[in-house]
Ligand binder design. Structure first.
Ligand SMILES: NC(=O)c1ccc[n+]([C@@H]2O[C@H](COP(=O)([O-])OP(=O)(O)OC[C@H]3O[C@@H](n4cnc5c(N)ncnc54)[C@H](O)[C@@H]3O)[C@@H](O)[C@H]2O)c1
Length: 184
């Protein structure tokens, strides 16, 4: 396939793509790559300042209209306001990437807070992660659904980790839990 063919195939011109957690490690790469293919990216993040900054950088680099929005994906009103602001600015939403996440085992702000062992893992950290990683996906999808359904096209990508497919909490032998380690 010629270069032109590849570019045509991945041409995202004029598509509006919301990336939640867009100011994070992977979110930045998504924003840069998708905008390079022509998409108007919305960097929606708890860290509004970084989201704004990234949107400016992306616009300068690729010429697309990128928008930074501060939001909290596990708060229904904040998520509705984010979707409303996107509709007001662009008038349409083609793609939602549910990428915002908390991983209290590794997030810098939680470093050293607990041992990370399953037995000791704090209930509050579990609840906080579920609120962002699971409820956040539901709320964001719900908030963009009216615009997508009206347009007759729904594209929602939920970002996860391959660790989600590993059904174990430790190294195990013969299907029995090992005593060696229960650290995640
Ligand atoms: N980094 C990796 O190596 C890796 C590997 C596999 C999968 N993933 C998955 O990719 C996704 C992103 O990972 P990452 O490494 O970029 O994480 P990250 O911690 O660098 O970024 C997460 C972003 O989410 C934002 N965020 C947190 N809570 C929020 C909330 N309530 N509302 C809005 N934004 C919020 C943070 O401010 C941050 O910018 C996660 O789902 C993670 O599981 C990451």
């Amino acid at each position: 396939m010629s270069d032109l063919g590849v570019l045509r195939r991945f041409d995202l011109s004029n598509r509006v793509m919301i990336i939640t957690g867009g100011a994070g490690l992977l979110g930045k790469s998504y924003a840069q790559t998708l905008s390079a293919a022509g998409a108007h990216v919305v960097v929606a993040d708890l860290d509004g300042e970084s989201a704004d900054q990234l949107a400016k950088t992306v616009t300068e680099a690729s010429g697309v209209d990128a928008l930074g929005i501060e939001t909290h994906v596990s708060k229904p009103e904040a998520v509705k306001a984010m979707a409303g602001a996107v509709m007001e600015h662009f008038g349409h939403i083609e793609v939602l990437m549910n990428n915002a996440a908390l991983d209290p085992k590794f997030d810098a702000e939680h470093t050293g807070e607990h041992t990370n062992r399953f037995e000791d893992f704090p209930f509050s950290a579990w609840q906080e992660a579920l609120a962002v990683n699971v409820t956040g996906m539901f709320l964001c999808a719900q908030a963009v659904a009216p615009a997508m359904l009206e347009a007759g096209r729904v594209v929602i990508a939920n970002v996860s980790s391959t660790k989600a497919w590993r059904g174990r909490i430790s190294n195990s032998t013969n299907g029995k839990a090992s005593r060696r380690s229960t650290s995640w």
